[in-house]
Design a protein around this ligand. Structure first.
Ligand SMILES: *[C@@H]1O[C@H](CO)[C@@H](O)[C@H](O)[C@H]1NC(C)=O
Ligand SMILES: *[C@@H]1O[C@H](CO)[C@@H](O)[C@H](O)[C@H]1NC(C)=O
Ligand SMILES: *[C@@H]1O[C@H](CO)[C@@H](O)[C@H](O)[C@H]1NC(C)=O
Ligand SMILES: *[C@@H]1O[C@H](CO)[C@@H](O)[C@H](O)[C@H]1NC(C)=O
Ligand SMILES: *[C@@H]1O[C@H](CO)[C@@H](O)[C@H](O)[C@H]1NC(C)=O
Ligand SMILES: *[C@@H]1O[C@H](CO)[C@@H](O)[C@H](O)[C@H]1NC(C)=O
Ligand SMILES: *[C@@H]1O[C@H](CO)[C@@H](O)[C@H](O)[C@H]1NC(C)=O
Length: 508
């Protein structure tokens, strides 16, 4: 039985997504692939981005943690800035910094409307800092062929280096703006949310607080169950209808059986309207799995275009297609209908392309991070899972990483560096001013902080929420609960800033 190894990425699949016990390394694309799974159309449609900010570059140090002369190399580090609403340095008006995650920073800025929405209220300067090795922040002269070539160069891609980048950049920017006393609040979603929370803990002298949205800082081995991620996806679909869950659950075996019959692949290709260039049953299953995972993650209450263009409540829409009585007993027709929700909402796809192509948001290099420090077990499937039953296997991951990058993962490094075990007990008397938002429909919420830890390290939990939905631009159709989440966040951040101004006044 095929093992579906999924979900190790926040936003994109990696090599692992298409790996099964039967797939050989030889089948993998030559390097740093994401998978055969690709949306049909690019969703970088939000070209409004050009008007939201200006891009700037900062000369950044390649290696913050080493005085070997080789480490003094630098690279051009991109950040985006919007000062339209800023109250300026004389008033010590705040600076809101997004700690970029594993992709093009423009894409994250465009999907973090919350910061734009609240900037006028706070008179805040907005800064979005790109994560090294992604987007246009490529070390080694901006040459991806060199930067991504092997561990000798891509080895500088780590979360600790990225956090140090943010620290040095923010300090320098404040100095340039003569805004040394302006309070900085960091924001981030997903891996960016993990970075925001860690940044507050590691650099309390630079950021007065962090909004860590959908940040699964606990999704590491022996803290969060490897079944948690897929259990939540299962629950999402099951909550729409038992039939929807059963049809999806039953489909995997049918696809495999069909795929192994003579003429079966052609039947699958036609049933799912896959382009002529490429089809195999594993790739098809990965492609469907991607659709279910990402739809669960982005089960937003309004139409969105984050990973792909989607209608409001897309999980419900998928189940509607599956429960459609006119599809009769034809499982493939039902699943095709569900896939259409994720891959063809705009109705422009002529066929679905399963062949590998680079991720449109430049997320592919996450596979390096997932092979080194970000060992986040998500792909266990228990008996009830909507995906085929399987066990999370660290040794399988390690073997793939060794074969692919020649590296041995360090599965305990993140928890050694940032903590995670017994987090309530640890942070109860250390740290302050962190908001952990989680939406319980988001598969990553299982690895999030779901309980208040102290008066100032608080959990905001939205039962109906999905992956960092709070950070999106507000719309007139937002449900009440979402408005309330954002109101609470604004109120808490206001308190941090008032407190900071009080402290500042009393000491000067
Ligand atoms: C800042 O963002 C606002 C949208 O909230 C936009 O109207 C304005 O042009 C942006 N300013 C800059 C300098 O990019
Ligand atoms: C690693 O990449 C660098 C830069 O492209 C190259 O000079 C070096 O030969 C490569 N090393 C190996 C072992 O492939
Ligand atoms: C600060 O100003 C210096 C001198 O103009 C410039 O080189 C540097 O990039 C600026 N820092 C940032 C963060 O933009
Ligand atoms: C998790 O715990 C098990 C049992 O104690 C241990 O064998 C394993 O090495 C631990 N995994 C990690 C990543 O620490
Ligand atoms: C679907 O299958 C069930 C049982 O296998 C059968 O009773 C029913 O008639 C079928 N419906 C259609 C539309 O084929
Ligand atoms: C995409 O949707 C349009 C409109 O519903 C439909 O005509 C087209 O066949 C769909 N594409 C695929 C590949 O199914
Ligand atoms: C955290 O505490 C606040 C009150 O300070 C409360 O409103 C909220 O429900 C608590 N959050 C959780 C997840 O229990």
């Amino acid at each position: 039985m095929r093992i579906i190894a999924v979900g190790i990425l926040f936003l994109c699949f990696s090599i692992f997504s298409s790996l099964s016990s039967t797939v050989s390394y030889a089948k993998l694309p030559p390097r740093f692939p994401s998978s055969v799974v690709r949306p049909v159309q690019l969703s970088l449609a939000t070209k409004r981005g050009t008007k939201l900010y200006k891009a700037k570059y900062f000369t950044q140090i390649l290696d913050h943690f080493n005085f070997n002369p080789k480490s003094y190399q630098t690279f051009q580090h991109r950040y985006l800035i919007n000062d339209t609403y800023w109250g300026g340095p004389k008033k010590n008006s705040p600076i809101f910094v997004y700690t970029g995650n594993e992709g093009d920073i423009e894409w994250f800025a465009q999907n973090t409307g919350f910061m734009f929405d609240v900037a006028p209220y706070f008179k805040a300067l907005l800064v979005f800092v790109e994560h090294r090795f992604y987007g246009k922040s490529i070390p080694f002269g901006g040459d991806k062929d060199i930067a991504y070539s092997n561990a000798s160069t891509v080895g500088y891609l780590t979360s600790t280096q990225a956090l140090a980048d943010y620290a040095t950049l923010i300090i320098d920017l404040k100095k340039n703006l003569t805004a040394v006393d302006s309070p900085v609040v960091v924001f981030g979603g997903s891996y960016g949310g993990m970075l925001a929370a860690w940044f507050r803990l590691k650099y309390p002298h630079i950021a007065i607080g962090a909004l860590a949205s959908s940040a699964p800082i606990l999704n590491f081995e022996n803290i969060t169950s490897p079944y948690s991620f897929n259990n939540i996806i299962t629950q999402d679909f099951r909550s729409e209808s038992e039939n929807c869950y059963k049809v999806i659950k039953g489909s995997w075996e049918q696809i495999e059986d069909t795929g192994s019959r003579s003429g079966g692949l052609e039947l699958l290709r036609k049933s799912f309207r896959i382009c002529k260039n490429y089809i195999d049953a594993d790739a098809l299953e990965s492609w469907l799995t991607t659709a279910f995972i990402y739809t669960a993650m982005t089960d937003y209450p309004t139409p969105t275009n984050f990973l792909n263009p989607l209608p409001a409540y897309p999980v419900k829409q998928m189940c509607k297609a599956i429960d459609d009585p006119t599809a009769g007993n034809d499982t493939f027709a039902k699943l095709y209908g569900a896939a259409n929700v994720y891959y063809n909402h705009t109705g422009t796809a002529t066929c679905f392309n399963l062949a590998y192509s680079p991720d449109p948001h430049g997320l592919d290099l996450w596979s390096w991070q997932a092979c080194t420090e970000m060992i986040m077990p998500t792909d266990g499937n228990n008996q009830d899972s909507i995906f085929p039953e399987s066990q999370w296997s660290y040794s399988q991951r390690a073997a793939v990483c060794k074969g692919f990058y020649g590296v041995d993962p360090r599965p305990n490094w993140i928890t050694a560096e940032f903590g995670g075990h017994d987090i309530s007990r640890v942070l109860k008397r250390f740290g302050s001013n962190i908001i952990f938002y989680n939406g319980l429909r988001d598969p990553w919420s299982g690895g999030g902080v779901l309980k208040n830890i102290s008066k100032t390290i608080v959990a905001i939990v939205a039962e109906q929420g999905a992956h960092h939905v709070d950070l999106r631009f507000a719309t007139s159709q937002d449900p009440k609960w979402l408005q309330q989440v954002r109101e609470r966040e604004v109120k808490i951040i206001s308190n941090w800033i008032s407190q900071y101004y009080q402290d500042l006044a009393h000491h000067s």
